[in-house]
Design a protein around this ligand. Structure first.
Ligand SMILES: C[S@@+](CC[C@H](N)C(=O)[O-])C[C@H]1O[C@@H](n2cnc3c(N)ncnc32)[C@H](O)[C@@H]1O
Length: 288
């Protein structure tokens, strides 16, 4: 017998379940927000959930009156957890779980749905390829079907980069190179505001998922408060109708919230102009 034949059967590698997934499940503001918008929308609907994770949202959709839920989860370990939850809740006749990426599901594998439920938002709202997955999900949607949640709204505060730079040093060595990299400042370093800079929050226009899947994200604006400021702190609201929730709190990480804000250094501190756009290659938010 060859050595290969003698060796135990190779197991597929287990994909890890990241710590943020647990933090997310105990983020009660997030849980309540999602439960409210599921309840507001899912009655008598056929639902497709993309990225079911633990299975919590699909279970909530059935509990709040969805007629049938199809859900998919790319991570095999999470899909297993979702399957166990669905079975334990006795909902296996009303929730069909598919393990894998939504983009790999054949179009005729499920009937057309009334609603696509999604929670594919990282701290960078675009990083989990949400636009690509939701654009592809049109294949499964009736013409009048809706995305839940409906959209996002980017929001930012100005931050004194000077204070951030002072913080990051040791033994007289200032680590300025670290703070010059776009978006790479740890939120903990931000809590050092100059009292002369009130933390006013600025809002970009609301952007629906429906428009995001049709157009790329691109927004420019002028704001006088940006002059002399060399960094901004960015997060976003997720909204559905009148219901909304801010993803990350500004400033230090709040207890039981799992998203964090992102920092972007302005390449030109003198300008009052900001350009927010999506980097299509890396599916990341850029602020120039
Ligand atoms: C933020 S989590 C959502 C968790 C879930 N709502 C819960 O309550 O546990 C996003 C999940 O979507 C999965 N995912 C991302 N894109 C996907 C896709 N296109 N198809 C299937 N799963 C996807 C990831 O593996 C991840 O587990």
């Amino acid at each position: 017998m060859s050595e290969k034949e003698n060796s135990p059967k190779a197991q597929p590698p287990l994909s890890p379940v990241h710590a943020w997934h647990y933090d997310m499940l105990i983020d009660h503001e997030r849980n309540h927000f999602y439960e409210t918008i599921i309840k507001n929308n899912c009655k008598d609907k056929v639902v497709l959930e993309i990225g079911a994770g633990s299975g919590l949202m699909s279970v909530l959709a059935i509990r709040h009156g969805a007629k049938k839920v199809y859900c998919c989860e790319a991570n095999p370990l999470l899909a297993k957890a979702a399957e166990l939850l669905i079975n334990r809740m006795g909902m296996q006749d009303r929730i069909t779980l598919i393990q894998g990426f939504s983009t790999n599901i054949p179009t005729d594998a499920i009937p057309k749905v009334d609603m696509v439920l999604h929670e594919l938002f990282a701290s960078d709202p675009f990083a989990e390829d949400v636009i690509h997955s939701l654009r592809d999900a049109k294949r499964f949607m009736k013409p009048e079907a809706i995305y839940v949640p409906e959209g996002i709204q980017l929001t930012y505060q100005t931050v004194q980069g000077h204070a951030l730079r002072q913080e990051l040093k040791f033994a007289g060595i200032e680590l300025t190179e670290m703070t010059q990299l776009l978006g790479q400042v740890h939120p903990a370093l931000r809590n050092n505001n100059n009292p002369g800079f009130p933390n006013k929050t600025y809002f970009l226009p609301k952007t629906s998922m429906e428009s995001l899947v049709k157009n790329s994200f691109d927004h420019q604006e002028k704001n006088e408060a940006l002059i002399g400021i060399d960094a901004i702190e960015v997060t976003y609201k997720i909204y559905d109708g009148q219901t909304e929730m801010q993803a990350a709190p500004f400033g230090l990480l709040a207890e039981n919230r799992h998203w964090s804000t992102q920092f972007f250094y302005k390449t030109n501190p003198k300008t009052d102009h900001l350009h927010f756009c999506l980097n299509e290659q890396e599916m990341k938010l850029l602020v120039i």
